[in-house]
Design a protein around this ligand. Structure first.
Ligand code: HGY
Ligand code: MN
Ligand code: MN
Length: 425
């Protein structure tokens, strides 16, 4: 027997609201045991750990009463049907892929929170005027391939087929990795959701920054997400014998790259709200007694204002060319990944804010410096995020931590938001 919810305060049995944090934390620890590397949490897109995590999460979704499938990009999609057919759908989710040596919460918290909240509705036998899809994306971090957000962009109808030819460090294409995972890349386009049938996308995520902790708050509603550019700089000089080539005659690619990185840092420091990072550097045929001939390093540039980010990149290209010219090396800047800044949907922010005021007051609005799957939906499907306090703002680090009571608050806010949407629909 399914019941229709009429009011938030008595819409669900008391037990639906209890132990949410404890259930979520227990699942996060179970999920965190699935890693590509022993002794640390690394779960790269379409790798062995991702495969095992998909199996575990699929089992959780099915046990919670969701119709579950793995979509054409490897995302796990669990659907909790509506009271009747043909209604709209609310999409909840986040990602289960991680960076290398990650913490438990980045991405995984949002998936497990959404699952646990919908599981409470299912246990209470409550059906809503809309369906809910819980999605565990697998390509948010973009660590294995150059581009990110492949799963969420597929749902948003924005998956660029050229991404299928991107290759990882072992030369494996995204297409081959998807097929080896059991996916059919030719079906990705069909994963696009009809924006007219989607109420919105809502993502719970650890803040990954220090703001909520500084304000002494458990949760906050995200107003906007920084835009991002990512890619790689290649510097080509001439390799040579470290003992014989006079300094003045060298075309040292690594020394040139080092000057370029310091120039990047100085330019970024001069820009309010813009951040730039070099996360990896590779020296081709590096050896202690060889002058480096070719070096490549990654670039990650973020800013809340797209025009400022793109203008910065143009200035950076000119500056790196001047350094290359002065050092008689060549430089190539490739930035294939471009994710525009996204503002949260005002209506969803208002609804989520009301839920925060009821479950974990006071309401705090804040922007996101980190990127998220929610960015993929910008301008096509309304989206909003709820941040959960992050100890010390530490993330992309095994010391990342969110307290059980804050996780519980986040889950209660999400459950209240969903019930509120049903009551007001
Ligand atoms: O890089 C980011 O901002 C996100 O954690 N993928
Ligand atoms: Mn994340
Ligand atoms: Mn991350």
């Amino acid at each position: 027997m399914t019941r229709r919810i009429t009011r938030i305060d008595n819409g669900l049995p008391t037990e639906a609201w209890q132990q949410l944090g404890a259930d979520i934390v227990a699942r996060l620890h179970t999920l965190a045991e699935i890693s590509d590397e022993s002794g640390q949490l690394t779960r790269l897109y379409l790798g062995p750990a991702h495969k095992r995590a998909v199996a575990l999460v699929s089992n959780w979704f099915e046990t919670a009463g969701l119709e579950t499938r793995v979509d054409a990009t490897g995302s796990v999609v669990g659907r909790y049907g509506a009271q009747g057919d043909g209604g709209p759908v609310l999409i909840l989710g986040s990602h289960i892929d991680t960076v290398r040596n990650a913490g438990l919460y980045d991405g995984n918290l949002g998936v497990v929170t959404a699952l646990t909240v919908v599981e409470r509705l299912s246990r209470a036998g409550v059906r809503l005027p809309f369906a809910i899809e819980v999605v565990a994306f697998g390509d948010e971090e973009g660590v294995r391939f150059a581009s990110a957000l492949g799963g969420s962009r597929a749902l948003a109808g924005r998956f660029d087929p050229r991404l299928l030819d991107e290759r990882d460090a072992d030369g494996i294409s995204r297409r081959a990795a998807l097929e080896a995972f059991g996916c059919r890349p030719e079906l990705i386009a069909a994963e696009a959701r009809d924006p007219g049938r989607v109420l919105g996308y809502v993502e719970v995520h650890i803040e990954q920054g220090p703001v909520l902790e500084a304000d002494g708050l458990a949760v906050g509603v995200v107003t906007a997400i920084n835009g991002a550019s990512r890619g790689r700089v290649g510097v080509r000089g001439e390799s040579g014998h470290a003992g014989t080539v006079p300094m003045i005659m060298r075309r040292d690619a690594l020394a040139a790259a080092a000057e370029m990185m310091l120039r990047l840092e100085a330019l970024a420091r001069a820009e309010a709200d813009l951040v730039a990072t070099v996360g990896r550097i590779e020296v081709a045929h590096g050896a202690v007694n060889t002058i480096p001939g070719f070096v490549s390093f990654t670039l990650d540039i973020r800013c809340p204002v797209d025009a400022a980010r793109l203008d910065f990149i143009e200035r950076l290209r000119r500056e790196l060319s001047l350094i290359a010219e002065a050092r008689c090396v060549s430089v190539q800047v490739d930035l294939p990944y471009d994710a525009p800044a996204v503002t949260s949907d005002a209506g969803l922010m208002a609804r989520l804010g009301e839920a925060v005021e009821r479950q974990a007051p006071p309401l705090r609005l804040l922007p996101s410096g980190a990127g998220h799957d929610a960015m993929a939906f910008g301008g096509r499907i309304p989206s909003v995020m709820l941040f959960v306090r992050c100890r010390g703002g530490i993330s992309h680090n095994p010391d990342e931590f969110a307290a059980l009571e804050d996780i519980d608050a986040g889950a209660r806010v999400l459950l209240d938001f969903i019930v509120g949407l049903a009551v007001n629909s």
